[in-house]
Design a binder for this molecule. Sequence first.
Ligand SMILES: [Zn+2]
Ligand SMILES: [Zn+2]
Length: 134
Amino acid sequence: MLYFNGMPVELSSDGDFYTDNFTTDELRCRCASCNRQKPHSIPLLKLLKFQKLREKINRPFTPNSAYRCHQHPEEVAKENGPGEHNRGAMDIPCASGAEKGRLIEIALSLGAKGIGVYDDFVHVDFREGVLVVW
Ligand SMILES: [Zn+2]
Ligand SMILES: [Zn+2]
């Protein structure tokens, strides 16, 4: 077991990082262009923040979307080039307004700077700079 800031991080046999709650599979790009090829490349520091968020929120979830490669259709379509999902954002499913509120509270406490609220999920990213909410 490898530890970083007290959090366990393991290196799986194929060299991808995963934590106690996130498998490499659920975090890799799901687009047809890269055909779910390895490696997903969410930066380790961001992955550890999401792991911390997962521990604090204390409920299991599989992100609707996590890392997206450069070829992912939604990233290709962006005017200014690939967005935060190319750098490791997560869209986290939420079943109620209270779940969204709790998630946002925790995400902000961990330094999230990108928060997008949607019908049944909240986008969370740990970009640099000022807090951006949509
Ligand atoms: Zn892809
Ligand atoms: Zn998103």
